[in-house]
Ligand binder design. Structure first.
Ligand code: SF4
Ligand code: SF4
Length: 345
């Protein structure tokens, strides 16, 4: 079923949906960007059609709806603790195909990791339905086609926005009633078929190659370029690293709450263990870990896809202009060089 709504009808649809769902979409926050007088676009609750930013990619991903930057896990006193509460209303997230595919990746990490299920993720995820926003083509940091994340069928509604209104496809009968007796029109969403940017994912199936790649000089440039700020992973559609922090309410250290706070494998000391032992003590080590985790380790563990959806947000947010696509292409070149060297032995 397809419909074409003008702005007024789109506002009425959003109002009706908001009665039953908490609706999240990319929204512009004026003057809250990284530099003075710049904006930031991130996910937030929307109630008006004009609040939805559809023309450009959000700076931060849809994952923030499911796993906020910080969230209370439980509250404690001297003799008891109480779990925090999950969402009361179902959630509808307007997201591009890459962000929807990112949730399939996050779900595997949170729900299928060694037999443990993260209840804080699960209790939100089971309330979520997606309204797919047709992508207008992305920008010069996107490489979803290289990662195979440019398409999805995991949506209840699909939207194609324009200045005049929105075209809608309804694929989930639970949403049919919101369209009443509006006349049906033909609309089937299109997907991005080609990006300006192309990434060659390296073939790292050979253990000897992986071993040689670990000490390849290509990583050294990151010791002078990467400032280990973690901005790339916070903006990443799929990264899940977090730490926990106790917030004490008053003088009594036994009364407070434990929070989950987003963290990053790129920050110095993230992997520090008892006795000050660190596995990745330089920016180069940490970059190698991140890149290989995204483009080899996750797939080796979970099987079906890499852990990068090619959204390009990490490139966009990096203050040192480090590009994930250029880095992965450099890894591919290094792997070819290593393979050629091994073949000559
Ligand atoms: S690594 Fe970069 S391009 Fe890949 S999913 Fe994360 S933010 Fe997007
Ligand atoms: S790659 Fe860029 S964003 Fe990521 S930690 Fe290094 S400097 Fe920060």
């Amino acid at each position: 079923m397809g419909y074409t709504l003008n702005r007024q009808q789109a506002d009425a649809l959003l109002a009706a949906l908001s009665k039953d769902y908490t609706v999240y979409a990319p929204k512009r926050f004026l003057n809250q960007g990284r530099y003075s007088a710049t904006d930031v676009i991130r996910y937030a609750e929307v109630e008006r059609f004009e609040d939805i930013v559809w023309q450009t990619k959000s700076d931060y991903p849809a994952k923030e709806v499911l796993t906020p930057i910080q969230q209370a896990l439980f509250y404690f006193t001297e003799d008891e603790y109480r779990e925090s509460k999950g969402p009361k209303k179902p959630i509808l997230i307007l997201a591009r195909p890459c962000d929807i595919n990112a949730q399939h990746i996050q779900a595997k990490i949170y729900a299928g990791n060694g037999g443990y299920t993260d209840l804080y993720y699960e209790r939100v995820r089971e309330m979520v339905k997606f309204a797919m926003m047709e992508c207008c083509g992305g920008d010069d940091t996107c490489f979803c086609v290289s990662m195979g994340t440019n398409k999805t069928s995991d949506y209840s509604l699909a939207f194609k926005f324009s200045d005049d209104g929105v075209q809608v496809q309804v694929t989930d009968n639970a949403f049919a009633s919101y369209f009443g007796d509006l006349p049906q029109t033909d609309y089937t969403p299109s997907f991005v078929e080609e990006n300006e940017l192309k990434v060659t994912v390296p073939d790292l199936s050979d253990k000897e190659v992986r071993k040689a790649l670990k000490s390849h000089p290509m990583w050294q440039e990151f010791n002078s370029r990467c400032i280990s700020c973690g901005a790339c992973t916070v903006a990443c559609s799929t990264c899940t690293c977090f730490t926990t922090r106790d917030v004490i309410y008053g003088d009594n250290p036994e009364v407070g709450e434990r929070r989950r706070v987003t963290s990053s494998c790129q920050i110095a000391g993230f992997d520090q263990m008892a006795g000050q032992r660190e596995f990745r003590s330089t920016a180069a080590d940490r970059m190698r870990y991140k890149v290989l985790h995204k483009f080899h380790d996750y797939k080796a563990r979970f099987g079906d896809s890499h852990m990068c959806v090619g959204c390009g947000r990490c490139t966009h947010r990096c203050p040192e202009l480090i590009s994930i696509s250029a880095t992965v292409n450099k890894v591919s070149a290094a792997v070819n060089e290593i393979k050629a060297g091994l073949a000559q032995k």
